[in-house]
Design a protein around this ligand. Structure first.
Ligand code: HEC
Ligand code: HEC
Ligand code: HEC
Ligand code: HEC
Length: 481
């Protein structure tokens, strides 16, 4: 065959001619003009946003992604490939903590920011994940506010949230007809068996003319592979629903019985990467593109990943949605914020670092150079001082008895002495050493240094970094024996 035709709009007549010509020289079966013209197309995928407009940036590994920059990556990609489809797999609106009361107002406001951003980004379809299904009543109210099609193939027919999702979608990526299904774990909020649902729906999509079927899965990698082994009838599966510590890779595995194994794409988290799937159906079946030896007999699938780095510019429209969200949090959260929790009678309460300095002036030189002293400034720079989620770990005694709240932060901004040594009022009255904790435990650190925010935390190494002359080391700096 000669050079492949380019697919300009309006070139349908040419396509049909070519289709007839190709089928005349050797192909059997009914003449499908589009198929005979060897369709190709591009899909852009991102995954596991988990309600994150922008990752917190607490650790270097978390300084990637954010809808503003995903939007910028997609804008550039579409400029080059206007017919590409944009799909999101995995948990979309919620993280694994669900909707705790303290976050309720913020999560509701965030939903509208998400809806605006997804619309602005012209996302073509999204799946859901088990975290989204934690509170089905909330989801049933949230889904109608999204303008993007939500696809859950194994949604229970009777559940209220199931009424707001589609079972599948057939979209054109240029000449390539793409059937899209979405899979959530069986049993989650009444979801049915994902294997049966996938098999039936992908068959139906092919009957309607789909050249390829892609599954947006939130089952995690292991369960996704198990499904694929069962023979899904799906060409490509995005295996989202992995933890935040998922290993990000551009590896593609071909899994399941011939003649239609499934290409399983590894996951990527919090919108930190955008994947690009190029499918070129020239030939029989589909094989993975090998730059060393591209196949001449089969169609080819090529997968590449682009990291969404923070040195990229922000897409203006989505950035303004996110900035408005941050600006609104003051009103949203102050209204919803509870009063600080009163101290418990007979128990020590929080007094703040200035009180400690009265007798521990020697710690000042160390503390005022320590990172914990900068914790509030950090979230001030990010305009996140009214984001409850951020404030909780960047201040002292947040929502603890006698501690701070969003309404009462005076004297307790930053991660102060009492975050580690415990509330110190009783000790500060007399200097009685039995009334204060000298050695903070690992579990105290981990209330903030958890794997979601401090990915490289290691107790001994981190603890060592806190010791300095005036704080745990003698004034000359010599290490204790
Ligand atoms: C569960 C506690 C927790 C929450 C919630 C949290 N942080 Fe942090 N943050 C930390 C810890 C712990 C570190 C230090 C991590 C390390 O170095 O290992 C940190 C570090 C940071 C840093 C890096 C500071 C620097 O100069 O290196 C930034 C920026 C930051 N946080 C912003 C945020 C924002 C924005 C939010 C809200 C979206 C947030 N944090 C929510 C605990 C938290
Ligand atoms: C009235 C004076 C006074 C105030 C106020 C005070 N301390 Fe102390 N603190 C002492 C004395 C005295 C000691 C014992 C000598 C030493 O280790 O410096 C001590 C020891 C400690 C120790 C070591 C305990 C041990 O078992 O060795 C810690 C930790 C401590 N203080 C933390 C704090 C914190 C946190 C604050 C503020 C909430 C605070 N102190 C306020 C007088 C005070
Ligand atoms: C109340 C929350 C909280 C607690 C408790 C806490 N930290 Fe932190 N820690 C933070 C935050 C927030 C930062 C980052 C501050 C910033 O730069 O904005 C941080 C930063 C650090 C850093 C500097 C990391 C870097 O990248 O330079 C070290 C080291 C550290 N913490 C050790 C500890 C240890 C050890 C404990 C327990 C003894 C502990 N922290 C307890 C919140 C906490
Ligand atoms: C991020 C956690 C953290 C913060 C914040 C922190 N400390 Fe400590 N502090 C420690 C650790 C860890 C040790 C070492 C404990 C040991 O010896 O086992 C220590 C030791 C001490 C000691 C006993 C050793 C000595 O030098 O006498 C005192 C007193 C003390 N801290 C006071 C303070 C005061 C006052 C502040 C606030 C200005 C403060 N600490 C802030 C973690 C912290």
């Amino acid at each position: 065959m000669g050079a492949r035709p380019s697919f300009r709009p309006g070139a349908l007549a040419l396509l049909i001619l070519l289709g007839v010509a190709v089928s005349a020289c050797g192909r059997t079966g009914p003449v499908d003009p589009v198929q005979a013209a060897e369709p190709k197309g591009t899909l852009f995928v991102f995954a596991d946003l988990r309600g994150t407009l922008k990752p917190c940036g607490c650790s270097p590994d978390l300084r990637r992604g954010g809808l503003d920059r995903v939007a910028e990556v997609l804008r550039r990609a579409r400029e080059a490939t206007p017919t590409g489809l944009v799909l999101h797999a995995g948990d979309l609106l919620l993280d694994d903590e669900g909707i705790p009361d303290v976050l309720r107002a913020q999560i509701d406001r965030r939903l509208s920011a998400f809806a605006g951003a997804l619309a602005s980004m012209r996302v073509d379809a999204v799946g859901l994940g088990p975290n989204d299904l934690q509170q089905p009543e909330w989801l049933a109210e949230a889904l109608p506010t999204l303008s993007v099609p939500v696809i859950v193939t194994n949604a229970p027919p009777s559940a209220p949230w199931g009424a707001h999702v589609k079972r599948s979608l057939l979209l054109d990526a240029g000449p390539l007809k793409v059937g899209i299904i979405g899979l959530v774990p069986g049993g989650a909020a009444g979801a049915t068996d994902p294997l049966e649902a996938a098999q039936a729906e992908s068959q139906a999509l092919r009957a309607k003319g789909a050249h390829v079927v892609i599954a947006l899965s939130s089952l995690g990698l292991r369960a996704a592979k198990r499904l694929a082994r069962g023979g899904l009838g799906v060409d490509v599966m995005v295996a989202a629903g992995q933890g935040l510590d998922a290993v990000v890779t551009d590896e593609v595995e071909s899994i399941g019985p011939e003649p239609r194994p499934t290409f399983v794409l590894q996951s990527f988290v919090q919108g930190g990467q955008v994947g690009r799937i190029d499918i070129d159906l020239a030939g029989d079946g589909l094989s993975l593109y090998d730059p060393e030896a591209p196949s001449t007999t089969t169609g080819q699938l090529r997968y590449t990943l682009t990291p969404v780095n923070w040195d990229l510019p922000r897409d203006a429209a989505v950035a303004s949605i996110m900035d408005r969200f941050d600006a609104d949090l003051e009103a949203v959260n102050l209204k919803a914020a509870g009063d600080p929790i009163p101290p418990v009678a007979g128990q020590p309460t929080y007094v703040g670092v200035d009180k400690c300095y009265e007798c521990h002036e020697a710690t000042r030189a160390w503390y005022e150079k320590d990172q914990h002293f900068l914790a509030w400034e950090t979230i001030e720079n990010d305009k996140k001082t009214f984001d409850i989620y951020c404030v909780s770990c960047h201040v002292t005694g947040f929502m603890r008895p006698g501690g701070s709240s969003l309404k009462a932060l005076a004297g307790l901004k930053d991660v102060q002495c009492e975050s580690c040594h415990g509330p110190g009022s009783a000790h500060a009255e007399t200097g009685d050493v039995t009334l204060i904790q000298r050695s903070p435990t690992e579990s105290t650190c981990k209330t903030c240094h958890n794997p979601k925010h401090s990915t490289r935390f290691e107790f001994e190494a981190y603890r060592e970094r806190l010791l300095a002359p005036g704080h745990g080391l003698p004034p000359d700096g010599a290490k204790a024996p």
